[in-house]
Ligand binder design. Structure first.
Ligand code: PMV
Length: 337
């Protein structure tokens, strides 16, 4: 009889960015993220008796067999020795579904690999305690997609060794437990500026950091910003939050623009909206800022207390400069259902 394991794992948005890796998916600098609520991946793992020798594996995305991503997932599973018993003993089928539109600029590999690692670990039946399960699945997820390792914790998480954060590690993410109430109600309006597939993938981008002329100073900045972000989240200092988050977003894109094979992922409407946001913040004095993933779409961050004003401002640019807005907020880490 088939064994079925289901899980729901969210995406996350980095406040301090991971950009550049070494070894087996280890980060060149630590990063800090906020877990999202509405942007998640549902995954179902089906284990059946094997019918032939060799790996039997199929991956369905939104009901359709997806050989391209399936090959990537199979190669990931084959590289993790922990998953060897599953591939040896079972015919494996994975069904995945995202809550957000495809190519919405939300890091789908984060929620996808978090869910795959978790259902795989659950299938091994190791009987781990909750925290040990999170840590081990975070470690497994990291090896599929770095940012995925941060999707296991409620609220905020850090990945990489952060000065002053006990237990932090390059192998898995850890939760940030001391968070000021203002940051516990944080909202994220994701402005879809452009939903075309990215011209340059994140893995190529990470690779370009290897010979990047500014790599070392960027990694040092990432280390400092991560430590600063831990104390900002604790104190609730929104001015410092804005300063670190926006410098991180712009530095990420500056690294792309100044690599040997330089490229640009922001679009004219991205720049336009950043300038409007600066004006809006100056005029109103409201606590609101932006960040960017490796793409043109903006994440606008603000506490729930100013939601009405900020969302009315953003909605004024719908259609003329923004294709659509996905309203998200800080959420809980994923879990096996
Ligand atoms: O997890 P990857 O390999 O897709 O890299 C993600 C990198 C950024 O999203 C740009 C930053 C981050 O820390 O999530």
């Amino acid at each position: 009889m088939a064994c079925i394991i289901k899980a729901r794992y969210p995406s996350n948005i980095a406040l301090v960015k991971y950009w550049g890796k070494y070894g087996n998916q280890l980060p060149c600098n630590p990063s800090v993220s906020m877990t999202l609520k509405e942007a998640y991946t549902d995954t179902e793992l089906v284990l059946n008796e094997k019918t032939k020798k060799g790996a039997e594996f199929e991956y369905y995305f939104e009901g359709q067999l997806n050989a391209a991503f399936g090959n990537k997932v199979l190669s990931y599973l084959q590289k993790q020795e922990e998953f060897a018993p599953l591939l040896t003993d079972y015919a494996i089928t994975l069904h995945s579904r995202n809550s957000f539109p495809h190519s919405a600029g939300i890091a789908s590999s984060a929620s996808a690999f978090a869910a795959i690692a978790a259902v795989g670990l659950e299938a091994l039946g190791l009987d781990l305690e909750e925290e040990a399960f999170k840590q081990k699945s975070s470690d497994l997820a990291r090896r599929g997609s770095g940012s995925a390792c941060r999707s296991f914790y409620d609220g905020y998480a850090a990945w990489g060794v952060v000065e002053g954060l006990t237990g932090s590690s390059e192998k898995y993410a850890v939760p940030i437990e001391e968070v000021h109430p203002d940051f516990q109600s944080m909202r994220d309006a994701i402005l879809i500026i452009d939903d075309a597939p990215k011209a340059v993938s994140s893995s190529v981008g990470h690779g370009l950091m290897k010979d990047h002329p500014y790599a070392e100073s960027r990694f040092e900045q990432g280390r400092q910003h991560s430590a600063e972000m831990i104390s900002i989240l604790k104190s609730g200092d929104f001015q410092s939050f804005i300063s670190v988050v926006e410098r991180e977003a712009l530095t990420l894109h500056a690294m792309m623009m100044t690599s040997e094979d330089y490229y640009l992922l922001v679009k004219p409407h991205t720049v336009f909206m950043i300038e409007r946001l600066f004006e809006f913040r100056k005029e109103t004095g409201l606590p609101v800022c932006f960040t960017l993933d490796a793409g043109p779409n903006l994440h606008i961050l603000y506490p729930d207390s100013v939601r009405g004003e900020v969302e009315a401002f953003l909605e004024g640019y719908l259609q003329s400069h923004i294709k659509s807005i996905i309203k998200d907020e800080v959420g809980m880490g994923g879990k096996v259902i």
